[in-house]
Ligand binder design. Structure first.
Ligand SMILES: [Zn+2]
Length: 406
């Protein structure tokens, strides 16, 4: 069940598509809307599973070396004794112990992975896993044992799900993540020499060598950052001194801040997917500035939001490009803004941040600063390098076309 845990949007199918191979296993995630009763049932189910998990941790700590077989026996015996456990779903309880056994195994074999720890009543977020025989979908509702709740079917399931994970996030929202099989998506065929360079920025999230692939900084993010500033101020006002319990109002404000963050992140992801799909669909070579968040992170919120947006977009683009079998080259950002995309001459001084136009002292090439940088990034990748420094300043352009700079 190795699957990317992010869900995807379907690629629009054009005439010149080549079929991908076979099927793939992915997760599709939906919002759940349990009523108070259903929510209580889910929480109770969670506490039963949590109890079993903690029991397994205890066995491990007292040297009894639990494994899935031993834990299975333990479950059967405990369920026979306890009517409280019997009220719950055997499937969810088994899955919890299976997850524990896997986590324990991984802690021995995967470097840096710690032993599974106790799940505290107040801190651990609910997560329940059901295999096919542990749940049903009836009248559009999700029905694990003892619970019935509506699902927000934001899109159709591509197949019968083989399992579902029900979780509650830090904001108190419930989600169902189904494991499904679907046809591998069609990837459009592209010209071998279609290529694009991408430069990241603050005023415009992505500037491409071809302006129709620019990604402007979305308006809602600015709105979000205003909203965020407001709720953060409220949080600061309500903060109490050290050693005092936080007030109700403070906790409320903190929740509000988390909500705004999550909303913006979700929107970013959505935008990033649509844009990345478009870029990947039409190019064989993707030369991408290897942006590291610290590069731009300075003080104020808008910058940080822009940073986060860039990080999300970059990840989307790189992952999607690699999955589609495109050539993705990450180019170090050093000197990209002070090098000419036409002749590769490097300016003595970096351009000031306010300076929007790049003018080459050597060949007279003039371009918008970010577009020039995108051109340099592409030119570096075309020459088989990953940094401006690797390229001779006067390196001739590769045969069959220039850097594509405007
Ligand atoms: Zn030049």
């Amino acid at each position: 069940m190795e699957q990317p845990c992010r869900t995807e949007h379907t690629v629009s199918v054009g005439a010149d598509m080549v079929p991908g191979m076979g099927t793939e296993v992915v997760r599709y995630k939906y919002r759940l809307r349990p009523d108070a009763l259903a929510e209580r049932a889910l929480i109770e189910e969670w506490h039963r599973c949590r109890f079993l998990w903690n029991e397994a941790v205890h066995q491990q700590k007292t040297g009894r070396k639990p494994n899935f077989t031993k834990l299975g026996t333990m479950l059967t015996e405990t369920r026979a004794r306890s009517s409280w456990l019997r009220e719950g779903s055997q499937v969810a309880q088994q899955q919890m112990l299976r997850t524990y056994a896997q986590a324990l195994d991984a802690s021995f074999t995967v470097k840096g992975r710690g032993r599974p720890r106790y799940k505290a009543r107040k801190k651990a977020l609910p997560s329940l896993e059901y295999t096919r025989r542990g749940f049903r979908i009836r009248d559009e509702q999700l029905v694990p044992k003892g619970v019935t709740m509506p699902v927000v079917w934001s899109r159709d399931l591509p197949s019968e799900p083989s399992s579902v994970r029900i979780t509650r996030d830090s904001l108190g929202y419930w989600w169902a993540s189904f494991v499904v099989t679907r046809e591998r998506q069609l990837i459009p065929a592209v010209e071998e020499d279609s290529r694009v360079g991408i430069d990241w920025g603050v005023t415009q999230t992505a500037t491409a060598t071809d302006e129709q692939f620019d990604l402007p900084h979305a308006e809602y993010r600015r709105r979000c950052s205003a909203e965020l500033a407001k709720s953060q101020k409220r949080m600061a006002r309500r903060r109490r001194g050290k050693g005092q319990a936080p007030s109700k109002g403070y906790q409320q404000a903190r929740r509000q801040v988390a909500k705004v963050h999550k909303k913006a992140a979700r929107q970013n992801r959505h935008d990033g997917r649509a844009w990345a799909t478009r870029v990947v669909d039409e190019h064989q070579l993707l030369a991408v500035e290897d942006f590291k968040p610290k590069f731009l992170a300075k003080s104020h919120m808008a910058r940080k939001a822009a940073d986060a947006a860039v990080a999300t977009m970059k990840r989307e683009l790189v992952e999607r490009g690699r999955r589609a079998g495109r050539k993705v080259v990450l180019v170090r950002p050093a000197y990209t803004t002070m090098t000419c995309s036409g002749c590769f001459a490097r300016a003595e001084q970096p351009l000031g941040l306010g300076e929007r136009i790049f003018r080459c002292w050597a060949c007279g090439h003039t371009a918008c600063r970010d577009r020039n940088a995108a051109g340099v990034i592409l030119a570096v990748a075309e020459r088989g390098h990953t940094g401006v420094d690797d390229v001779g300043h006067w390196g001739p352009p590769p045969s069959g076309g220039g850097s594509g700079a405007v």
